[in-house]
Design a protein around this ligand. Structure first.
Ligand code: PGA
Length: 251
């Protein structure tokens, strides 16, 4: 695992964008596992700038997103499909047919989970998986639980996640209670993992995730078993790691 700390969010975003850009340049047909949330916004904007400047192309790239709220249509402003179109896909030259998210309107969540796992397999698995981390240690919407769930699954969001995501909605009551999320298997089978983290509120959970113990109560802790993880963190999110494990940080 490589852990990098940056003084500003902009620096962190630029570095994370450079890591993803290197993946796309090395493997123009790579499959990117993508994430929503506020953390990757700067990185997506930077990749958009690079694409407009002709420094990178996503023409042959395929993307599979981690998760989607259940019950929201793709054109709903709070759906993750809408988020991705607005904050990333519209900024780059990716082909719309190569972008995939779970379908939050599928009548049967169970069948949609199976379809999404087959889709990930059919594109050859994930080359680089981008992850944020939730305040409760979730990755995707894999919430703290008694066991890790391997496949794409239909989950009830925790109260913590509902509260955290309420900032994007008119009120907490409007946050969907259920979501579809890629499971731990597809994430762990990604060849490379890139995690982005900012904000002092993530400092403790990030430290618990990256230094163990490995437990489904901190879903991101499973990443300790992955052979190729890069973590890009803004300084406040790195505070506890800096204090407890200073030599683990490369920059
Ligand atoms: P955030 O979400 O980037 O909005 O903090 C991260 C996550 O919940 O995975």
């Amino acid at each position: 695992m490589r852990i990098f700390a940056f003084e500003t969010y902009e620096e962190m975003s630029r570095h994370a964008a450079a890591v993803m850009a290197a993946e796309v340049r090395e493997n123009p047909r790579t499959v990117l596992g993508l994430a929503t949330g506020s953390t990757p916004l700067g990185m997506y904007a930077e990749l958009g700038r690079m694409c407009r400047a002709g420094e990178i192309s996503f023409r042959d790239v395929t993307t599979v997103n981690l998760d989607e709220y259940y019950g929201l249509t793709p054109d709903h402003e709070m759906s993750y499909r809408y988020f991705m179109e607005k904050n990333f896909f519209s900024l780059i030259d990716i082909l719309p047919e190569n972008t995939h998210l779970p379908d939050g309107t599928a009548p049967s969540p169970a069948m949609e989970c199976q379809r999404y796992d087959r889709l990930i397999d059919s594109v050859g698995g994930i080359g680089m998986q981008l992850l944020g981390i939730g305040h409760d240690g979730h990755i995707g919407f894999n919430e703290p639980a008694d066991q890790f769930v391997p496949g794409t699954n239909y989950v009830r969001l925790t109260e913590d996640t509902i509260r955290a995501n309420a900032r994007f909605f008119a009120s907490e009551a409007d946050v969907p209670r259920y979501a579809l999320t890629t499971g731990i298997r597809a994430i762990m089978q990604a060849k490379k993992i890139l995690m982005v983290v900012n904000g002092a509120a993530k400092a403790e959970i990030l430290c618990r995730a990256l230094f163990g113990p490995i437990t489904p109560q901190v879903p991101a802790s499973i990443l300790l078993l992955h052979p190729n993880v890069t973590v890009c963190g803004e300084a406040p999110a790195m505070a506890m790691i800096r204090e407890k494990f200073p030599t683990a940080i490369e920059k």
